[in-house]
Design a binder for this molecule. Structure first.
Ligand code: HEM
Length: 277
């Protein structure tokens, strides 16, 4: 007997499990409900790697943006606004990775969803805790990607503040993801390398997911990558569209600042100070 089960849990969990009571052998709890061969660990590991990379990239670029917008005292001297288009690169990568994570999350959840109907739902307190952490991971990731996507459309149909929620969900996902990877470490290691015998259909499935991610990326990345502008069919905005060739998130009228006092002015400090009416 191996030291670990396919989900990386310890040998204690490898004992024969009680079958579900007859009354519960209905719907997805019936044996043989999930027929696809692709609900298996190697597919989960490959998709997990791609999804993990997208999420880590989002987290790091998000932290950088947050640090630049609200620098903590001790970091103020290190963070600079140079190079001037650096924010466009990091924020562009953030949105590209977040958008790519949407089809990746869909494919990953499709691969593993039969495990939702495992019997018994928890084999020990530790297993119950692991599953609770996964529930947090899935819920937080779904909410983060959904609200993040709507944010690119400047649409906020919820009562909570977007930026703070986005920030703390990012930390929640990162913590829950670390727990998830640690709990599945044995399975991840076992299925990290390509197996000698390919599983029929897996390559086609992963190829389709990769093609969807490429299509979504190419049709949205033009909102920040100038040379992809011709392809940005699904991008919510164009960086060169707006007064003076710059996009405007919200006009003064939309922001409700229609009356500006006559003595209003903007002072720009620097080697050559400016005072603009
Ligand atoms: C936001 C990111 C992720 C989400 C939402 C997610 C979600 C899930 C869910 C819901 C399960 C089924 C859990 C269960 O056993 O009850 C699962 C299983 C698994 N995940 Fe993830 N996961 C993510 C990232 C990753 C990463 C980065 C890896 C590592 C490469 C990974 C590897 C695995 C493995 C190996 C399994 C077990 C598959 C099996 O035994 O059939 N996941 N994941």
């Amino acid at each position: 007997m191996k030291d670990t089960t396919t989900d990386g849990s310890s040998r204690r969990f490898d004992l024969p499990l009680p079958p579900p009571p007859d009354a519960l052998r209905i719907g997805p709890l019936r044996e043989g409900t999930f027929r696809s061969r692709l609900h298996e660990p190697r597919t989960a590991v490959v998709l997990g790697r791609w999804l993990g990379a997208a999420i880590v990239l989002c987290f790091l670029t998000g932290l950088l943006s947050h640090g630049l917008q609200e620098p903590p005292g001790w970091l103020r001297a290190l963070l600079t606004s140079r190079p001037v288009d650096g924010y466009r690169v990091t924020q562009g990568l953030h949105v590209i990775a977040g958008t790519a994570a949407i089809p990746l999350l869909g494919a990953k959840l499709w691969t593993v969803y039969p495990r939702l109907f495992e019997w018994p739902p928890a084999r020990s307190v530790l297993h119950l805790l692991e599953r609770a952490a996964i529930a947090v991971l899935v819920a937080a990731t779904l909410l983060e990607l959904f609200t993040g996507l709507l944010n690119t459309l400047q649409w906020y149909p919820w009562p909570f503040p977007f930026r703070q929620t986005h920030f703390w969900l990012g930390w929640t996902i990162t913590g829950a993801l670390l727990l998830h990877v640690a709990a599945k470490a044995a399975t991840i290691t076992e299925h990290w390398w390509r197996p000698r015998l390919p599983l029929p259909g897996r390559r086609a499935f992963l190829g389709t997911v990769a093609a969807s991610v490429t299509a979504v990326t190419l049709t949205t990345a033009g909102q920040t990558v100038p040379w992809l502008r011709g392809l940005d069919l699904l991008a919510p905005r164009r960086p060169d569209l707006g007064p003076q060739g710059l996009p405007v998130n919200r006009t003064a009228a939309q922001a409700g600042t229609t009356t500006v006092p006559a003595d209003w002015h903007l002072t720009v400090d620097g080697p050559t100070p400016l005072r603009l009416s």
